[in-house]
Design a protein around this ligand. Structure first.
Ligand code: CA
Length: 512
């Protein structure tokens, strides 16, 4: 009987092509998806339902404090690939960084260990992907409709909605892969990035709902310093006509525009007629923003459903790690903002859900501080590949099993490098974050101040307690910890010159 079972097991493996002990990895990565907009995270505003993404929380583990070292697209992607902070992987900001394709990344190491590797969708690291058997990416930020893409180096055109196209290409690759090898698929959506253009089928998905407002929609930034007051990312001042859908998103064809107009034209006409002002205008924009942003997420959630179904239909679910994460968090009207960049909770935290049958506890949650620099180490350990010493994160496997190593990190270093003035005008800052406190340093000479927040007493981070006598001890401890982390992580001081935006390199003479 035992021999028969072993033989049956072997046959099953041979038929499904699964390597016995190497799990497949499906990494679904969205762009700017706030945890507030995943129903499994239980935002009090109950903004939306994401049943497919929620399945990963039910069948796997939800991480409640996954923090990013630098809350912006390209840098975050570089952290994921390398398991290192930006000062070591060299990708500091979206403006003048380029990913060095020769450096060690986890897909390269998996490929070397016999994995078949693919990345589909948003890449956004300037240099071409390396370490992938197949890559089919959006150039730069990509567009939402009829996107041109780059298929293993060759420019191709697609018709349709980008989230659906990325999903189709991902499924096609899984269907046609070499079934004798384990695989890594990185399915990386553009959505729900600005300017938040939903699929035509999702226009009007919320039946003109008036969304509950965050308490800080009309934040006046008192209790904080110059950086918070001088940013340029508010619904009030920064929201453009393209953001508000008074202009078509790029790439749309006439047929798509016609469908688009059916939803937006009458609503835009009503807006023009009433011309809301002041707070009413901010409220109108907030609702328009959420309709569009959450509409984009509906297609992402459907995509997750299609990927999960493929895995189940093909007997792959049991031996595949499925991860859902975003490159960072996002403001959904908190502090009057959209966008990201800050060390504050909404942009510092990113959603992370992991389904890994027989390893991750179904329905488990953890509020331990983890980070996207831990992803590479987790995947390498899962594949039985040695983790390079220079990687700075730590495998999440034990946390996934429901154990907490005694020496798990209790503090976290953050560093945002895009100096002001730049897009959205957020000043450079670094800081240390613990379970309860946050110490922030805005270090450019024109700012030059620190802030301290007590998340327990002030979860919305509205009043800095820096230099308040009652926080003297806490402040001292945090300052010591910040120095320790910067040293430990080998953070250069001052910032290297290549991080400075605005200083132009002399132009190379074009080849004749
Ligand atoms: Ca992003």
């Amino acid at each position: 009987m035992r021999r028969f079972l072993l033989l049956a097991g072997w046959l099953l493996l041979a038929m499904t092509g699964q390597a016995a002990d190497k799990p497949n990895i499906v990494f679904i990565f969205s762009d700017d998806h706030a945890y507030q907009a995943i129903s499994a995270y239980g935002d009090p505003r109950k903004l939306n339902e994401t049943p497919n993404i929620d399945r990963l929380a039910k069948e796997g583990m939800r991480f409640d404090r996954c923090l990013v070292p630098n809350s912006i697209c390209g840098p975050s992607r570089a952290c994921v690939l390398t398991g290192k902070y930006n000062h070591l992987n060299g990708f500091y900001n979206n403006t003048n960084s380029r990913f060095d394709p020769a450096q060690v990344t986890f897909p390269k190491l998996l490929q070397k260990a016999g994995y078949q590797t693919a990345v589909v969708g948003k890449w956004h690291l300037i240099s071409d992907p390396t370490g992938f058997d197949y890559w089919h990416i959006l150039p730069g930020q990509g567009i939402y409709y009829n996107p041109p893409m780059i298929d293993n180096g060759k420019r191709v055109n697609h018709t349709g909605y980008t989230t659906d196209i990325i999903t189709d290409l991902s499924l096609d690759w899984m269907k046609n892969r070499d079934k004798s090898k384990p695989f890594l698929l990185m399915c990386q959506h553009k959505a729900p990035h600005r300017e938040w253009s939903p699929a035509l089928r999702h226009l009007g998905h919320d039946n003109d709902r008036v969304y509950p407002e965050p308490e800080t929609l009309f934040d006046d930034y008192s209790g904080r310093g110059k950086a918070e007051k001088s940013q340029d990312m508010t619904l009030e001042r920064t929201f453009t006509r393209l953001d508000a859908k008074f202009v078509y998103p790029p790439g749309m064809n006439d047929e798509q525009k016609k469908e688009w107009d059916k939803y937006y034209a009458p609503r835009n006409a009503a807006f023009e007629k009433n011309k809301p002002q002041g707070k009413d205008l901010v409220r109108w924009r907030y609702n328009r923003y959420l309709h569009d942003y959450l509409g984009c997420i509906k297609a992402v959630d459907e995509s997750v459903g299609r990927v999960l179904k493929y895995l189940e239909d093909n007997n792959l679910a049991e031996n595949t790690i499925v991860v859902y994460a975003s490159d960072q968090g996002f403001y959904l009207g908190e502090h009057g903002w959209f966008d990201k960049r800050w060390i504050f909770e909404e942009s510092l935290r990113t959603p992370l859900l992991v389904r890994w049958p027989k390893t991750a506890k179904p329905g488990g949650t953890t509020n331990k501080i983890v980070s996207n620099i831990d992803f590479a180490e987790t995947f390498l350990e899962a594949a039985g590949v040695e983790i390079p010493k220079e990687m700075q994160g730590r495998s999440l496997t034990l946390l996934l099993r429901g154990e907490t190593p005694k020496d798990w990190r209790t503090s976290f270093y953050y560093h945002y490098y895009e100096n002001s003035p730049a897009v959205h005008n957020v000043a450079r800052h670094y800081g240390v974050v613990t379970d309860r406190y946050k110490l922030v340093r805005f270090y450019d000479p024109e700012f030059n101040y620190s802030e301290l927040f007590d998340l327990q007493k002030d979860p919305k981070e509205l009043t800095s307690m820096f230099d308040k006598p009652e926080y003297a001890d806490v402040q001292k401890e945090l300052e010591t910890e910040l120095v320790r982390l910067r040293k430990d992580l080998k953070v250069p001081d001052p910032d290297p010159p290549e991080t400075i935006i605005g200083k132009k390199e002399p132009k190379k003479k074009a080849k004749e």
